[in-house]
Ligand binder design. Structure first.
Ligand code: VGL
Ligand code: ZN
Length: 206
């Protein structure tokens, strides 16, 4: 059984937002079209408390995109984004969310960032998604959304790690692309057995 997993299609990741992904809003109509084709739709929502550890503003002397060492390893620092309860954390207003059966919020622990829909960035704190999918007999995920090189990539890789079949719909994602990170992300996903397909192909498999 298949599900569409819509990753972080939120105002802050779209043009005009705090951590805007170039052309991030262009995925919205493509995703809406896909949502209609799938029997099951799941979303993630980046959902940080103010003062989150991943925010550069929490580390005096640091700027967004700096890397720092934290308890669980390297952490990229970001502009303040997707703060709980703010407009930036809301889904893009044109995203059709009515068919979403589950919305996983992530990144709400002040000291741990969370890119993946499955695990936080310590690689061990689960979001609960694996259990949810197994209990519902969902074995195949079609991943779309933002950003290709962070939350989409880590969700796809962890999906494979957890034993799911994973497709990423290429034109339904956009990336931040720091130093070629989008090209590297496609390669990493491909190497992990993630299948990269078009929206048309995804619809025929839905
Ligand atoms: C994301 C950086 C920080 C993402 C979330 O959705 O890809 N990237 N928080
Ligand atoms: Zn975030």
């Amino acid at each position: 059984m298949n599900a569409l997993l819509i990753v972080d299609v939120q105002n802050d990741f779209c043009p005009g937002g705090a951590l805007a992904v170039p052309e991030g809003d262009e995925v919205v109509p493509i995703i809406n079209d896909l949502s209609d084709a799938f029997d099951h739709v799941i979303q993630t929502q980046d959902w940080h408390p103010a003062g989150h550890q991943s925010f550069a503003s929490s580390h005096p002397g640091h700027d967004p995109m700096d890397e720092i060492e934290v308890e669980y390893g390297q952490q990229t620092l970001w502009p303040d984004h997707c703060v709980q309860g703010t407009d930036g954390a809301e889904f893009h207003p044109d995203l059709n969310t009515t068919r979403s059966e589950l919305i996983i919020r992530k990144g709400f622990r002040p000291e741990i960032d969370s890119y993946s829909a499955f695990f936080e960035n310590d690689n061990e704190t689960p979001t609960g998604l694996t259990g949810y999918l197994r209990e519902r007999d969902i074995d195949t995920l079609f991943v779309v959304g933002l950003a290709t090189d962070f939350c989409v990539k880590w969700s796809a890789l962890d999906g494979r790690k957890q034993g799911f079949d994973v497709y990423v719909v290429e034109e339904a994602t956009r990336g931040i692309d720091a130093n070629g990170s989008v090209a590297a992300a496609w390669e990493e996903m491909n190497d992990a057995g993630v299948q990269i397909i078009s929206a048309d192909a995804a619809k025929t498999l839905a």
